[in-house]
Design a protein around this ligand. Structure first.
Ligand code: FNR
Length: 370
């Protein structure tokens, strides 16, 4: 390109274990609620393929590990053969364009209600503390939750195994790896955060005990598919879904240090300034201590624009930057950054509508990249 005089930090290559990334702009996991009946749909082929660049890393939308994992309409699963088969052409399309694709696997825990649960049973959690109704991150809908049932100690290995099987299924679907969703007040976070976890067994109380569930999942999945294919997302500072912690920095540091033992591919942390999923606030805290404590690849996310992403990489505060809303609205985001081109604006109102095209695959590309 004649007008390209130097390579911006975000567009420099990076080696993440065995994966050769050609740049550092990652597609953040984005729930889009267009997987009817929990089955990924053919329209997701175009959506993910549009956001693929050669050597780019993509993280899928949060994908349920079991029939108790759901809490939102039309979110995908990966616990049945049908789910695995439905993911295959989507993963193939990403690979056809040279992308690297990790599947984010989740369990919502108490962020659910009996309508999403098998036989109308209560959602499960670390605690029986009920979540009060919440305005969804589209700023429009109000989500209602049912009182959860506190998991018995002997049930916990069953859930760990559900995560392990989901990771195995993700490999069968062709994904390059999995990202364990340990952020944003969902089941794993419901164990880690002391605002929620009131257990008195070995999964509650001390930091070590509260993080045990997360680390057991990491270990089980690393054993199953290989540590180099495992990442985890954490948001120690967020209080989304009433998931606050009295000492988020200690929690983040404990997890960053403990993860080193498993030699996983990456640790993906959400910036302290993102108190909720879509709202940026002034915050004096930073992820730097966690970045320093963790030996593997570090991904930062939350409220980044191009300039800040470049700065974070240049100052070695992170290896990779995940972009959510900007990537949602700009399928060719890495190219736009490279060319310093203007960005499309995102439309919150279409984040979670079930339409297979509108607000999903109809955001325009730059003319030069069509
Ligand atoms: C999200 N986010 C999110 N996070 C996650 O771990 N799993 C998910 O499935 C989702 N889903 C989701 C959907 C939508 C529509 C939005 C806007 C956000 C959070 C997302 O990955 C990211 O952390 C935030 O959007 C903040 O980053 P940006 O948007 O400021 O780059």
């Amino acid at each position: 390109m004649a007008d390209k005089v130097f390579q911006i930090p975000l567009m420099t290559p990076y080696k993440m274990g065995n994966f050769e990334l050609s740049h550092r702009v990652v597609l953040a996991p984005l729930t889009r609620q267009r997987s009817y009946g929990n089955v990924p749909q053919p329209h997701a082929i175009l959506y993910y393929s549009q956001r693929t660049s050669k050597g780019g890393l993509l993280i899928s939308e949060a994908t349920g590990v079991s029939d108790t994992a759901q809490g939102y309409p039309e979110t995908p699963g990966i616990w049945t053969k049908e789910h695995v088969e439905a993911w295959k052409p989507i993963v193939d399309a990403v690979h056809a364009k040279g992308g690297i694709f990790f599947c984010q696997i989740w369990h919502v825990g108490r962020v659910s209600n009996t309508g999403f649960q098998p036989n109308g049973q209560a959602p499960i959690s670390s605690s029986d503390k009920e979540l009060t109704p919440q305005v969804r991150s589209n700023g429009i809908d109000v989500a209602q939750f049912s009182p959860p049932r506190k998991l018995r100690t002997e049930e916990i290995p069953v859930i760990v195994n559900d995560f392990r099987l989901a990771a195995k299924n993700a490999m069968e679907a062709g994904f390059d790896g999995v990202e364990i969703h340990g952020a944003h007040g969902y089941l794993i976070d419901q164990f880690m955060k002391d605002e929620i976890n009131d257990r008195t067994d070995k999964y509650g109380g001390s930091l070590e005990n509260r993080c045990r569930f997360a680390l057991e999942i990491v270990e089980a999945i690393a054993d199953e598919i290989g540590a180099e294919k495992v990442g985890i997302r954490l948001s120690p500072f967020a209080n989304y879904m009433q998931s606050g912690d009295s000492d988020p920095k200690a929690l983040g540091l404990y997890m960053a240090k403990s993860l080193n033992a498993y030699k996983i591919a990456y640790c993906h942390m959400v910036e302290p300034r993102m108190k909720t999923v879509g709202e940026k606030v002034e915050c004096p805290d930073s992820l730097v201590p966690m970045r320093k404590a963790f030996n593997g690849t570090f991904i930062s996310a939350g409220g980044y624009d191009m300039e800040e992403g470049n700065k974070a990489v240049a100052e070695n505060r992170t290896d990779l930057v995940a972009y959510g809303r900007l990537f949602l609205a700009n399928p060719d985001l890495p190219k736009r950054f490279e060319l310093n081109a203007p960005l499309n604006k995102y439309n919150r109102e279409t984040f979670y509508i079930p339409d297979p095209v509108i607000g999903y695959t109809d955001y325009p590309f730059l003319e030069t990249t069509v």
